[in-house]
Design a protein around this ligand. Structure first.
Ligand code: CAA
Length: 259
């Protein structure tokens, strides 16, 4: 499959997907999300694909978040729509897939990037990664399921701390709190993901699919995602959002006024 922003290839029943916008630290713009939706749909319907490894191009980032520059002039309605579409076509599609997805986190996984990793079924981190949900520094909140999935993975207290402080954590801390399954040296990242998928490949595919569906189902009896989507949209109508994004683009510290 040929994409502008992804590299994708199937080898020995594993689909390898690399998000390939290295200059923007693999930030998720609309086109990348569209292509991701396409490759996820392909994985779901291909009988050859038994599992997916998702990673980022280059040394520096897995994904540094949603593309801030693309949504800098959005209003509340557009923000909510952005989150709805992304969640439906990409984040929920990954989590709801019958094929196991492993995020091989090779650098910064921030905002939508960490949300992408959290939508995957298993996360492996290189030992140099930095993880966080920095949206409140932009006057936003996580909009691709982060408030829900981080809470599911690490519990309420740690999730609220990480989201409200916007602090980044390192690989060791991420493993300690259960945010990633394994931490490995950079060179072992893809081999470790392959090792896990090669084991899963030996198991009954329908049972694997049923197991994933059952585990995921235990978390989805809540309207938390809907609340998050609405609150995410509302943030776009604040002056603080405009200030947060302007400060990012102008490479300066933001000054928030709380309206
Ligand atoms: N969107 C758009 N462009 C981005 C980006 C993003 N999320 N992250 C990095 N880039 C761009 C930078 O603007 C820069 O481009 P230019 O060279 O054209 O200026 C390039 O990638 C390299 O980045 P930096 O120069 O900033 O690299 P650094 O090493 O100094 O810093 C970083 C690295 C700490 C990851 C920093 O880039 C950063 O803070 N990025 C933004 C992280 C962030 O806030 N993510 C959340 C986005 S909002 C979101 O995801 C909403 C949601 O939940 C749906």
């Amino acid at each position: 499959m040929e994409y502008q922003n992804l590299i994708s290839t199937v080898k020995e029943n594993i689909l390898y997907v690399t998000i390939n916008r290295e200059k923007a630290l693999n930030a998720l713009n609309k086109d990348t999300l569209t292509e991701l939706a396409d490759v996820i749909a392909f994985a779901e319907k291909s009988s050859e694909v038994r599992g997916v490894i998702l990673t980022g191009a280059g040394e520096k980032a897995f994904v540094a978040g949603a593309d801030i520059k693309e949504f800098s002039d959005y209003n509340g309605e557009q923000g909510e729509e952005l989150a709805k579409r992304g969640n439906q076509n990409v984040f929920n599609a990954i989590e709801g897939s019958s094929k196991p997805f492993i995020a091989a986190i090779n650098g910064f996984a921030l905002g939508g990037g960490l949300e992408l990793a959290m939508a995957c079924h298993i996360r492996i981190a290189a030992d140099n990664v930095k993880l966080g949900l920095p949206e409140v520094t932009l006057g936003l909140i996580p909009g691709y399921g982060g408030t829900q999935r981080l809470t599911q993975l690490v519990g309420k207290g740690k999730a609220i701390e990480l989201i409200t402080t916007a602090n980044m954590i390192n690989a060791e801390e991420a493993e300690r709190i259960g945010l990633v399954n394994y931490v490995v040296p950079k060179t072992d990242l893809i081999p470790k993901a392959e090792e896990i998928l090669n084991t899963i490949k030996l198991r009954a595919p329908l049972a694997v699919a049923a197991a994933i569906k059952s585990v995921v189902a235990s978390f989805n009896e809540t309207d938390g995602y809907l609340v998050e989507t609405q609150q995410f949209g509302k943030c776009f109508d604040t002056d603080d959002f405009k200030e947060g994004v302007a400060a990012f683009v102008e490479k300066r510290k933001s000054v928030f006024v709380g309206k």
